[in-house]
Write a protein of this length. Structure first.
Length: 338
């Protein structure tokens, strides 16, 4: 008998760690992980099996399919935005072909045990492409279906995979003569910039906000790579993890979309600098925009309309701007460098 489990790809990252912690604490399901990086010792103790390998390895996916009955997939593995822009072909292979492998895996699991497999997919505001700053200013809170013309490889990958998920959910092999009752239950979130107090920023396009805090906490000057008026939506990492579990556990009958916007706060880079200077009066922050990275940030909306997520499955972030910085980010990062 195959064991029913939840599968987490990209489990060695921070979201993966948090999901392992939450799922293990609840004890609802056994956990199997897949990543090219090994799990830490503490996480390893909380999972049934940790596979070391790539989502591009179909033989490895077949092995997991043979050994386990996967009823939920958290597909977190991806090549992120900055790296994707440097190696776009590799990004397509990992982000698109890897996701297609996982969708086929989920479909096979669904047919195998006669029930839908819930497939969670983390998309991004990089899926948007605002044509110019004037349009961005007029648009206000942007809905999921608007301005879907991304200018980065990562954004293109994410948007296409949203459509792949919708296809597998609603239209998979629609010309087949056989029954269509066991399609993949695809559920995606288009995340804003995620800010974590635990991990060190890795140079991502939205990392100017956490980079300011880390630099100030260390007493080092920081030259922000976007203008003071640059504005995009953000969210504290704990709210992102809560949102994933909230959507995965939502009643399918109440869901009106396959991919949802969510957001929490949307300060300008200048407003972030003000909060950082308030917490660290000696902070040395200047603004030296990098034309190329600024162009990417300008193509993302200043805010998103997440009313569908709030209505359909009760999304409600705990951290607004003041709480996010005052209670989560600044105290935790300050302690890190104390």
């Amino acid at each position: 008998m195959r064991k029913p489990v939840a599968l987490i790809t990209g489990a060695a990252g921070e979201i993966g760690h948090a999901l392992i912690d939450d799922l293990a604490r609840e004890g609802r399901a056994s956990i199997v992980t897949l990543d090219t990086k090994p799990l830490g010792d503490e996480q390893q103790k909380k999972v049934t099996r940790a596979f070391l390998g790539s989502i591009l390895d179909k033989n490895l996916l077949d092995q997991i399919l043979a050994e386990f009955e996967v009823d939920t997939i958290f597909h977190l593995a991806a090549l992120l935005s900055t790296r994707s822009e440097l190696v776009p072909v590799t990004a397509h292979q990992v982000n698109v072909e890897g996701t297609l492998n996982l969708l086929e895996f989920a479909q096979a699991e669904s047919m195998s045990h006669g029930a839908k497999v819930v497939f969670f997919y983390p998309s991004s505001i990089a899926a948007y492409g605002m044509p110019d700053l004037a349009t961005k200013a007029r648009a206000g809170k942007v809905k999921e279906e608007d301005y879907n013309t991304p200018i980065t490889m990562y954004g293109c990958n994410k948007l296409y995979c949203e459509h792949l998920g919708r296809y597998y959910n609603l239209h998979y092999k629609q010309l087949d003569a056989g029954p269509q009752s066991h399609r993949v239950d695809f559920r995606g979130i288009r995340f804003p910039g995620l800010i974590s107090a635990i991990t060190v920023p890795s140079g991502g396009t939205s990392d100017f906000a956490p980079e300011m805090i880390h630099a100030a906490a260390q007493g080092t000057p920081y030259a922000c790579f976007v203008r003071e008026d640059a504005r995009i939506p953000f969210m504290a990492m704990p709210d992102a993890v809560d949102a994933i579990l909230g959507l995965v556990r939502a009643d399918a009958a109440k869901l009106t979309k396959t991919t949802y916007n969510i957001g929490a706060f949307n300060p300008s880079a200048g407003e972030v600098g003000g909060l950082v200077r308030k917490a660290f009066p000696g902070a040395q922050i200047t603004y030296t925009p990098d034309v190329k990275r600024q162009g990417i940030v300008d193509s993302w909306p200043a805010d998103v309309d997440d009313s569908a997520a709030r209505t359909d499955w009760g999304f409600a972030p705990k951290f607004d701007l003041e709480r996010g910085f005052g209670e989560y980010l600044i105290p935790t990062i300050r302690k890190r460098y104390a």
